[in-house]
Ligand binder design. Structure first.
Ligand SMILES: [Zn+2]
Length: 58
């Protein structure tokens, strides 16, 4: 399992995500960014930031 905290990229956001793999995390983050952060598209730079901060959930 993998985990990601949105607050690592967006200060002040306390949303956290868990998924089987990076793709699962990125899918949840894309939905969250659209619905909660009002982003209409997810730039490659953000995808890279998120990917770098995804960590293993033991
Ligand atoms: Zn967030």
């Amino acid at each position: 399992m993998k985990q990601f905290a949105c607050g690592d990229v967006v200060p002040g956001c306390d949303a956290r995500f868990e998924a089987e793999d990076d793709a699962g995390i990125l899918g949840q983050v894309a939905t969250h960014a659209t619905e909660d952060h009002g982003m209409t598209e997810i730039p490659d730079s953000l995808v890279q930031q998120v990917t770098e901060r995804i960590s293993a959930l033991s």
